[in-house]
Design a protein around this ligand. Structure first.
Ligand code: AQP
Length: 322
C-alpha cells in the first residue's frame, strides 16, 4: 500500500494544513508512505528567492516537528527529483484545456493573482504526475484538493486505456472532521497560507497567547445557541470541528455540553495549545539544525527518485518515446 502526499512551502503552516492533512500523514506513515515538499508548485506564487529557500526549510521542519519520521519513509523535495517535471509534460499531452478550466481552485486563485501565470492553470497536471510517479493508492488531503485527485484519477485511467496499463489509479483520503478548516474571521472561506488574515489564521507554531486571542475573537453569530450547523452557523461549527479533530469526539456531542460561546472558545483554545505546544518546541529545535534538514532532504530524494524512475520510463516508453 503506497500513501503519497505533498505540501507547498508557501508560508507558515496553519491548523487547516495540520488537521486537514499533516496529522493524517503522521497517522498513516508506514514504510510504504512517501511525503514531499512541493516547491515546484510554490513557483506559481510570486516570492523573493531568498524567502522561498527559507520557506522550504520551514516546511521540512514543520513536517518533522509534527511527527513525520524520515527513517520510516522518505520525506523529500519535489524539485530535486527531475521525473516530476518530465512526467508533467507527458501528462499535459493527455489532458484537455477544458478539464483544467473547470478546476475551482484555479478560478479562486486566478482572481487573486495579477498577470496570470500559465503554471497556476496547469499545476493540477504536475500534481497528477507527483501522485502517479509513486504508484500511489491513497492520497491523504484536505477537501480543497478533492477535485485535483479526481483529475489525477481521470488522467491515469485515460492514459491506461490509451497506452496500456501503466499507472495505479489513486484515491483521496479525507479526514472525518477537519477536512476544511475555515478562516476564523471569515468562516465561509477556507483558512489559507497565501491569503493575509492575521486574526483569522491560527498557525501551527503560534504561541499560546496568540492562539487564545485568535480563538476568543473568532467570528460567530448572535443567536446564542451552541449547535453544530455549518450552513446556518459557519463560525461556531468551525470551532466545533477544530475541537472535534483534536478530541475525536463528534462536533454534535461537543456542542451538547456547552451553553455559552465563551466557554466553548476557551476550551478550544486550551485543546489547541495542548496539541501545538510540544510541536512548537520541536520545531524551534529542528529549525536551528539546517544540516539535519539537508540530510533528510538528500536521503529522502535518493529514495524517492529510485521509486519514480522506473514509473517515468514505463510511461515514456508506453507513449512511444525511444
Ligand atoms: N483550510 C484547510 N482545511 C483543511 N485542509 C487544508 N489544506 C489546506 N488548507 C486547508 C490541506 O493542506 C494540504 C497542503 O496544502 P497546500 O500547501 O498544497 O496548499 P493549498 O491546498 O492551496 O492550501 P493553502 O494552505 O491555502 O496554501 P496556499 O494558500 O499556498 O495555496 C492539502 O492537503 C490541503 O488540502
Amino acid at each position: 500500500m503506497r500513501v503519497f502526499s505533498g505540501i507547498q512551502p508557501t508560508g507558515a503552516m496553519h491548523i487547516g494544513n495540520y488537521l486537514g492533512a499533516i496529522k493524517q500523514w503522521v497517522a498513516m506513515q508506514t514504510t510504504g508512505s512517501v511525503y514531499c515538499v512541493v516547491d515546484l508548485h510554490a513557483l506559481t506564487l510570486e516570492t523573493e528567492p531568498a524567502l522561498r529557500r527559507e520557506q522550504t526549510l520551514d516546511a521540512f521542519a514543520s513536517l518533522l516537528a509534527a511527527g513525520l519520521d524520515p527513517s520510516v519513509g522518505p520525506v523529500f523535495l519535489q524539485s530535486r527529483v527531475p521525473y516530476h517535471a518530465q512526467m508533467n509534460w507527458l501528462l499535459e499531452c493527455v489532458t484537455s484545456f477544458g478539464e483544467l478550466g473547470r478546476m475551482t481552485q484555479f478560478k479562486e486563485k486566478a482572481e487573486r493573482q495579477v498577470g496570470h501565470r500559465v503554471g497556476l492553470f496547469t499545476y493540477p497536471v504536475l500534481m497528477a504526475g507527483d501522485i502517479l510517479l509513486y504508484e500511489t493508492n491513497q492520497v491523504p488531503v484536505g477537501d480543497d484538493q478533492r477535485q485535483h485527485i479526481e483529475l489525477a484519477r481521470e488522467i491515469a485511467i485515460r492514459f491506461n486505456n490509451r497506452y496500456g496499463d501503466t499507472f495505479v489509479v489513486p484515491e483521496a483520503v479525507l479526514p472525518a472532521v477537519g477536512a476544511r478548516i475555515m478562516d476564523l474571521q471569515e468562516p465561509t472561506r477556507k483558512m489559507s497560507k497565501s491569503v493575509s488574515s492575521p486574526l483569522g489564521t491560527v498557525y501551527m507554531f503560534d504561541g499560546p497567547a496568540d492562539v487564545e486571542k485568535k480563538i476568543m475573537k473568532a467570528v460567530t453569530d448572535t443567536d446564542g445557541e451552541v449547535r453544530y450547523d455549518p450552513d446556518a452557523k459557519p463560525g461556531l461549527s468551525n470551532l466545533l470541528e477544530i475541537f472535534s479533530a483534536l478530541s475525536f469526539e463528534s462536533p454534535v456531542d461537543i456542542a451538547a455540553r456547552y451553553q455559552r460561546y465563551g466557554d466553548l472558545k476557551r476550551d478550544v483554545a486550551d485543546a489547541l495549545n495542548a496539541e501545538l505546544a510540544p510541536l512548537s518546541r520541536r520545531y524551534r529545535e529542528l529549525r536551528s539544525e539546517e544540516g539535519e534538514i539537508e540530510r533528510v532532504i538528500d536521503e529522502g530524494t535518493a529514495t524517492a527518485a529510485a521509486i519514480a524512475a522506473p514509473v517515468y520510463h514505463r510511461a515514456a516508453h508506453a507513449m512511444g518515446l525511444l
